[in-house]
Structures are given as structure tokens and as C-alpha cells.
Ligand binder design. Structure first.
Ligand SMILES: O=C(O)C(=O)C[C@]1(C(=O)O)C=C[C@@H](O)C=C1
Length: 258
């Protein structure tokens, strides 16, 4: 007897069963959020862990079939990660999206998901200030290498200040998957979180051939450098200012099967 193609009603019933299973799994995953916060305790550092998030996304994207484009997976999992983070803190992303970098707003929204409050500010100073005083979980700023809104010197100045408080650092580049378009950078009042495949940003006094950008900072000439790998403060050149580190962006895979 020839196979009878399932009816639309049967296929929808199957989709409903899968949705119920997904919901159950999502509930279980999100329920872990408060336990994760307790496990982190006071001493084990910040709640937002961009390195761990990048490692999760890379693992899932390399396991997924071509029917699930990486950009789609990143969107879905950013919502899941954001929902879990919101069980640990009340996340706030502060965004500076000037003319020419309006996409920062969408990148910030996609990054934090619906569970993260979003606030726009009128200057890079205001965004970084929100990260310095701890009001924002993440400050999202436009391309670090673009002189139109050159904000990295503020992180150099902060790093030179003689305070014991945590300096603001670049901890993410947005998005993780996908090339093209103006990238955005995430700055937070915490040290960078290694993902296993990272880029470190630091600044050195003087002119460097490989500089992404240069600036006069408090009377001295500085160059911004992007180096391969995760370099801790002790491993960047002597006298350099650590700007941060972020998961190396991945090329997106968007093909779909036919
Ligand atoms: O692994 C952690 O530290 C978590 O807080 C869990 C989790 C997740 O949902 O997987 C949530 C937020 C962090 O930014 C990273 C990962």
C-alpha cells in the first residue's frame, strides 16, 4: 500500500508536540538561572559571561544542520541566554548608536534579548559611564577602530587611574556570527571572559605599524592594537593598557538544504 502523506492537521499536531517538549526544556534551563547565581556566589565574578556564551554558540552552531543558519541559532540562543541571565540580575544594556552606526541598537537588542532592558544614550562617555558605575550590565558602542566616535581612549584613561575598582573593559564584539555591516562592541565593568578563541585589544604608547587607530591621550600618542588570542594583563607589552578581549567573530553559515 502506498504511503499516505500526512495531513496538515497531523503535521500541526506533531509541531505542537515538539513545541511542548521545547517549552519544557526551556523551563528547565531557565530554572537553573538562580542556582547558577548562587553557585557563582560573591567571589566568583560577574553574572554576564560572554566567553561562555560564545563557546555555547560555537558548539551548537557546529553541531547544527544547514537547515538552521548560524544567525538564526544565535538569535534564538541569545534570547535563552538573556532569559537565564535575567534570573541572576536585572540586565540593562546602554547603547550609543550615533549616525552612521544606527545598527548598534539592533545588535544590542539581539544581544540581550527581550529580558534585557535597553536604554539609548547620546554619547560614548555616557555609555561608558553607565558601565563604570555598574548601572549597565553592558554598554554597546560602535566600531572601536572608527575615528568618528573614537571612544577607546576613555578606556585607556580609566586603565591609568590609580583606583582599585574594576576598570571598564571591552568584553564582546557583536554579533558573534555574520560578517559585513558595522560591528558593535560591548564594554562592561568586569574583566574579559575567554571563550577559547579570542582577540585581545590593548593600547601602546607611540606609533605601531599594525595599529587599528591612533590617538593623543593626555598629551601622549597611543596606538590601538588587536592581537590574536586571549592575553591577560601580564602578557601584553610592558606599559600597554589593556582595553579588553572578545570572542573572535565567526563566519556565518546561511545555506539551506533544498
Ligand atoms: O554559565 C554561566 O555562568 C551562566 O550564567 C549561564 C548562562 C547560560 O544561560 O548558559 C547565562 C548567562 C551567562 O552570560 C552565561 C551563560
Amino acid at each position: 500500500m502506498a504511503d499516505v502523506a500526512p495531513s496538515l492537521a497531523q503535521l500541526r499536531a506533531e509541531i505542537d508536540r515538539i513545541d511542548d517538549a521545547l517549552l519544557g526544556l526551556l523551563e528547565s534551563r531557565v530554572a537553573i538561572g538562580r542556582r547558577v547565581a548562587a553557585a557563582k556566589g560573591d567571589a566568583s565574578g560577574p553574572y554576564l559571561r560572554p566567553g561562555r556564551e560564545a563557546a555555547i554558540l560555537r558548539r551548537l552552531c557546529s553541531a547544527a544542520s544547514a537547515d538552521l543558519p548560524t544567525a538564526t541559532l544565535e538569535r534564538i540562543w541569545r534570547e535563552i541566554l538573556g532569559a537565564n541571565l535575567a534570573r541572576q540580575v536585572d540586565p540593562l544594556t546602554v547603547v550609543y548608536a550615533p549616525q552612521g552606526a544606527e545598527a548598534c541598537l539592533d545588535l544590542a537588542r539581539d544581544r540581550g534579548g527581550a529580558a534585557t532592558r535597553l536604554e539609548t544614550v547620546e554619547s560614548a562617555e555616557a555609555a561608558i559611564a553607565a558601565a563604570v558605575d555598574g548601572r549597565a550590565t553592558l554598554a554597546v558602542l560602535p566600531d572601536v577602530a572608527d575615528s568618528r566616535w573614537r571612544w577607546w581612549p576613555q578606556l585607556v584613561s580609566a586603565s591609568q587611574q590609580d583606583t582599585s575598582t574594576q576598570k571598564p573593559c571591552v568584553i564582546a564584539r557583536l554579533p558573534l556570527f555574520g560578517e559585513g555591516g558595522v560591528p558593535a562592541y560591548g564594554v562592561a565593568p568586569q574583566g574579559p571572559d575567554p571563550s577559547g578563541d579570542d582577540v585581545t585589544l590593548y593600547a601602546v604608547r607611540g606609533t605601531a605599524e599594525s595599529a587599528l587607530d591612533t590617538a593623543e591621550i593626555e598629551g601622549a600618542h597611543w596606538s590601538l592594537i588587536a592581537a590574536d588570542g586571549y592575553l591577560e594583563a601580564g602578557h601584553i607589552p610592558a606599559g600597554a593598557a589593556l582595553i579588553g578581549a572578545y570572542a573572535r567573530p565567526e563566519t556565518s553559515r546561511s545555506k539551506t538544504s533544498t
